[in-house]
Design a protein around this ligand. Structure first.
Ligand code: PBG
Length: 328
């Protein structure tokens, strides 16, 4: 051999050596578990497109939260399926709304479990869009500024119910500022905001819309969520949210947007969350059910990659499994 061979394989020879030079470590502390809560009693309604996930009534939600807490997962992210929907989504700011009730129940039985609430209207409006509509016919669109008022109302109601972190996912312009002002004026200056700052108009949300019964009745969300082709624009979105008062910023989805996670982390150095969304979960489930992929390996590889890209917080429907696998 005339040329020198650099022996990269030396440090890969045994698990002991690999452990010593491993750069990224998943921790149970990184995980957040999304959950769907609905009215009723004793209800655990499986979501067909997300095997292993269910819509839960509050009693069953408490049981699930107990398991999640027991596994060491620090936080849950709540989505509500309200009793009734209307044009503006008013049940979202009802102090007796489903997420408000669920939060009070969790805080009573598991006070240390961090409760994050998704703030948005698509689950609460009868048309499934993320805010108030204006215009008519083909010109119908989500009215940005009218929606801001309602987002602040929803956030104040949720924070008063005991939500630890407010997480707006609607993608209206100015929402973080409107929510921050609303919270501050209500004496809730200490409630943090985790903004879905770079949220893309993604096909990966497909199964979620079954889960949350929130598919838009007409059109799509491309007039408010980001174009998947854009990266620089994500930095502008995040910069605005930071300026308006976001404490934690999120990129969503995760795996197809690792470059965005990296750029956001390197640019802002803020606590950065990545949402491994419903479609990402269901793809792994479906392939694993067919025996095409090794579920555990793929989940750990995926979550490690998202963390390696720069995410500090991993929101994933696999949180309980990942927690158990990390501890093994
Ligand atoms: C609400 C919301 C959505 C998701 C989180 N919050 C759906 C959407 O924007 O259509 C998606 C989460 C997932 O797919 O797991 N706006």
């Amino acid at each position: 051999m005339a040329f020198p061979i650099h022996r990269m394989r030396r440090l890969r020879a045994t698990e002991g050596l690999r452990r010593m030079v491993r750069e990224t470590h998943l921790s149970t502390d990184d995980l957040v578990m999304p959950l769907f809560v609905r009215p009723g009693q004793g209800i655990d309604a499986p979501i067909a497109s997300m095997p292993g996930q269910s819509q839960l009534s509050i009693d069953r939600l408490l049981h699930r939260c107990g398991q999640i807490h027991e596994l060491g997962v620090p936080a849950v992210l709540l989505f509500g399926l309200p009793e009734s929907k209307d044009e503006v989504g008013s049940s979202a700011w009802d102090d007796n709304g489903i997420v408000q009730q669920a939060t009070r129940a969790i805080k009573k039985s598991l006070p240390e479990l961090v409760v994050i609430a998704d703030v948005c209207f698509c689950e609460y409006t009868d048309h499934g869009h993320c805010g108030v509509l204006s215009g008519s016919g083909a010109g119908r669109t989500v009215d940005n500024d009218a929606t801001l008022v309602n987002l602040a109302r929803q956030s104040v109601s949720l924070a008063r119910a005991g939500v630890d972190i407010i997480a707006p996912s609607d993608m209206m312009d100015g929402r973080v500022g409107a929510i921050r002002r609303g919270l501050d004026e209500a004496g809730l200056a200490d409630t943090p905001i985790m903004s879905y700052a770079a949220k893309y108009a993604s096909g990966f949300y497909g199964p979620f819309r079954d889960a949350a019964e929130s598919a838009p009745a007409f059109g799509d969300r491309r007039s408010y969520q980001m174009d998947p082709a854009n990266g620089d624009e994500a930095l502008r979105e995040v910069a605005l949210d930071v300026e308006e008062g976001a404490d934690i910023v999120m990129v969503k989805p995760a795996l197809a947007y690792l470059d965005i996670i990296r750029r956001v982390k390197e640019t802002f150095r803020l606590p950065t969350a990545a949402y491994h969304v419903s479609g990402e979960y269901s793809m792994i489930k479906a392939a694993a059910e067919r025996g095409w992929l090794d579920e555990r390996r793929i989940v750990m590889e995926t979550l490690t990659a998202i963390k390696r890209a720069g995410a500090d917080i991993l929101i994933t429907y696999y949180a309980p499994e990942a927690a158990a696998w990390i501890e093994e």
